[in-house]
Design a protein around this ligand. Structure first.
Ligand code: PHE
Length: 442
């Protein structure tokens, strides 16, 4: 998309926004975060945070972006002259750059898997999925080359102007991915011992209810909805004034919850049935998905198709991340778009190198007891995104007059008042409480 095109249809926007939202967050991160944080309690908190806090903030971001019709920094500067609100744009720039730096590492893992799936060397006798994953992610050359390849792919799509094409393609790729998940779910749930996994997901073990879990669940809701980092503000800046933003936001949020839960329902029953551990960490999906496919006829071929679909979902999110950084980088000067994209993507690649190597040669280095990869992820999802989201809700709730927000939202009075109550009180107070509780009490 050149810098000031507009989405030509409502469905185009929903697809782009959903494409940006649904990606590794729902399919890769959600299952492993749930797995390491007690399953059901994390899942319940994630759903509550998505509906109660995430959705209203998503609506706020759509509103701000569409009203401004510019990159996030210019947009805030024009809507709030001489006020520091444009800082939200800067938070977005830093956060999206950092997220893309490790997102591209995982994108690279997917490419590595696709390469192996092509030769059917992922399934078949004697493959130990855990060892395979560890081998791949600890091989410095492989991860770096794959990470670079993923970045190039993202850059190429943005450059070649085929971004819209990719989003249109995801119109049928995403439903197919969904069907794959249903198929995998059926296989997974019918394995012996699968019910343990379902219990793990839905029967709460309240001992996990603490400040840490709450903060991580909130971060997960923000990460997977792409909010708090000006990404949805950027996308909505290409949206024409006619569209109903509430319906779009509800669509995005519900699809996101559905895919997350479905991913969990594929992974956890298989984890328990096949004797793996839910606390596997970032490798969980990469280990479990091949393990489930192995139980299916034509598993090797289906696995290849699955990873290609996953790559699609991942690329549409990576595009959004790069788009935020580039749109801020060029600030409406579309002539420099190409050069800026290359430069910024290269910087992000370099920043991602330590994360890429943190599963191998840099695995001994820890920052606040986290690996480098984990640390960058934590700083963005659990700190920067909530701060960005907090400020966004205050901006939409208090800085906008009621006249403006009512006009922008075009919703019924009940819906509007609920939204206003949440962005004024519920969202900022809960984010602040979760933060204070985590920093001072746990
Ligand atoms: N929501 C995306 C995902 O779940 C990640 C993302 C975060 C994309 C922030 C854009 C901005 O994979």
């Amino acid at each position: 998309m050149s810098s000031r095109d507009q989405f030509t249809s409502k469905i185009g926007f929903i697809l782009a926004a959903a494409g940006s939202a649904i990606g590794l967050g729902a399919i890769w991160k959600f299952p492993y975060m749930a797995g390491t944080n007690g399953g059901s309690v994390f899942i319940i908190l994630f759903v509550i945070c998505t509906v109660l806090i995430g959705l209203p903030i998503l609506i706020a971001e759509f509103m701000i972006g569409r009203r401004g019709q510019k990159d996030p920094i210019t947009s805030f500067k024009e809507q709030a002259p001489n006020k520091p609100w444009f800082m939200i744009g800067w938070i977005g720039l830093v956060a999206c750059g950092l997220i893309l730096s490790f997102y591209s590492v995982v994108g690279g893992w997917i490419l590595s898997y696709i390469l192996r799936a092509v030769s059917f060397s992922l399934t078949g006798q004697g493959v130990n999925f855990s060892t395979l994953f560890t081998d791949i992610i600890s091989n410095p050359w492989e991860v770096l080359i794959a990470q670079a390849a993923f970045m190039l792919l993202t850059l190429f799509i943005v450059q070649a102007g085929i971004k819209n094409g990719i989003e249109t393609a995801s119109k049928w790729m995403m439903p197919i991915l969904f069907l794959f998940f249903i198929l995998l779910f059926i296989r997974s749930i019918t394995l012996d011992g699968a019910m343990e996994g379902v219990k793990f997901m839905f029967i709460p073990d309240w001992s996990y209810l603490n400040g840490d879990t709450l903060m991580l669940a909130l971060g997960q809701a923000f990460f997977s909805l792409s909010i708090g980092v000006a990404a949805m503000i950027t996308y909505a800046s290409y949206l024409s004034r006619k569209e109903k933003i509430v319906t779009s936001a509800v669509n995005v949020a519900s699809m996101n919850i559905a895919i997350s839960l479905l991913a969990g329902l594929v992974i956890f029953p298989a984890v328990f049935a096949l004797g793996f551990s839910p606390t596997e960490g970032p490798g969980l999906v990469f280990i479990m998905i091949p393990a489930v496919f192995e139980q299916l006829p034509f598993g090797g071929f289906l696995l290849l198709v699955f990873f290609i679909l996953l790559l699609f979902a991942t690329v549409t999110s990576a595009i959004a991340l790069l788009e935020v950084v580039v749109s801020i980088g060029i600030r409406e000067k579309s002539a420099q778009r190409k050069k800026a994209s290359w430069l910024l993507a290269s910087i992000i690649f370099v920043i991602g190198i330590p994360s890429a190597l943190s599963f191998g040669i840099l695995s001994d280095i820890t920052i606040f007891e986290r690996s480098i990869f984990d640390f960058v992820d934590y700083v963005t999802s659990a700190i920067l995104m909530p701060i960005g989201a907090f400020l966004t809700s205050i901006f939409a709730g208090y800085y906008y007059s009621k006249k403006i927000s009512r006009e922008e939202m075009l919703a019924s009075p009940v819906v509007y008042n609920c939204w206003l109550f949440i962005v004024r009180y519920v969202a900022p107070l809960s984010i602040a409480a979760i933060f204070i509780n985590k920093v001072f009490f746990s």
